[in-house]
Design a protein around this ligand. Structure first.
Ligand code: ADP
Length: 276
């Protein structure tokens, strides 16, 4: 099985050492959108959140609560109106090769084949020579080797999304941010993609933050589930998922902590929505 060389020392999942510096630290991060036409809209209230190296964090919350806003701030695609976000000892103030992003739609360029789509961030990043072996390892890891020469329209939705994940990993980022990456897929494909993502994460040991509407997806994937309030988004709860890996959908729901955890997440979401 292909493995990926990673640029950081490996860390055990969810083993954030309380004394060590987090890989990413959000401190008092808030966002208000302003426009002349609509005035000010408070998307996020101040948020504090730490991501340790190798963490897998899932964020759940009602639509419009500011999840994507938080992800865009982490990706350096937008700037907070209050607070700051640190990556290691630097403040995030723009997109970085350390951070790969996957959105709900893979947005592959239709005139490029899979291999060229995956290599694109390397070319845009100024590499004269694309490391073909790395692209091969990514294709193999995501089961796309046979499809390297195909064009996006020749791929299923799940395959396009896998190519999107490869593209996000092309520059070997330390951090992978995923905004409902499997939201458009059917239930079974989604479960398969979750299993692949878990395997990929266990091999490559990235730090992942993934937004989802699915409580079961969050419990399947995460070390910690962050539950957000309706807008303006706040962090209501950060719940540990003490289920050993590798996890399987066949056994997940029968694990002794699953039902209680799912109930707790649902209760936090519904309590927050019921509040005037
Ligand atoms: P979520 O991802 O939780 O569904 P978003 O972060 O997309 O929520 O949006 C949070 C709120 O911010 C929503 O009310 C949305 O309309 C608003 N919003 C998001 N992006 C912008 C923007 N660029 N300009 C103005 N308002 C925005």
């Amino acid at each position: 099985m292909a493995t990926l060389a990673t640029s950081q020392p490996s860390a055990s999942a969810g083993s954030a050492d309380e004394t060590s510096q987090p890989l990413i630290a959000l401190r008092g991060v808030a966002k208000t959108y302003s426009s002349q036409r609509h005035g000010a809209l408070r998307a996020l209230d101040p948020i504090d959140l730490d991501l340790a190296d190798g963490d897998f964090i899932c964020v759940v919350g009602p639509s419009g609560c500011g999840k994507s806003t938080m992800l865009r701030l982490l990706a350096g695609l937008d700037v907070p109106t209050e607070g700051r976000i640190r990556l290691g000892d630097k403040t995030i103030n723009g997109p970085s090769a350390d951070v790969g992003v996957v959105f709900q739609a893979a947005n592959l360029l239709p005139w490029m084949n899979v291999r060229d789509n995956i290599a694109l961030p390397l070319r845009v990043g100024g590499r004269q020579k694309v490391p073909e072996a790395r692209i091969d390892a990514l294709l193999e890891m995501t089961g796309l080797s046979e499809f390297a020469g195909r064009f996006p329209y020749e791929l299923s939705g799940g395959m396009q999304q896998r190519a999107g994940i490869c593209r996000a990993l092309a520059r070997d980022p330390r951090i992978l941010l995923m905004d409902e990456p499997f939201g458009a897929l059917d239930a079974l494909t989604r479960e398969r993609m979750n299993s692949e993502l878990q395997r990929l994460w266990m091999e490559a040991r990235k730090t992942v933050l993934l937004i989802t509407h699915s409580i079961s997806e969050a419990i399947f994937l995460a070390d910690k589930v962050v539950v957000m309030s309706p807008r303006p988004g706040r962090i209501l709860e950060c719940l540990d998922v003490p289920i050993p890996r590798p996890r399987s959908y066949d056994t997940l729901v029968t694990h002794p902590v699953y039902a209680g955890l799912a109930r707790e997440i649902r209760a936090r979401l519904t309590q927050a929505e019921a509040r005037p």
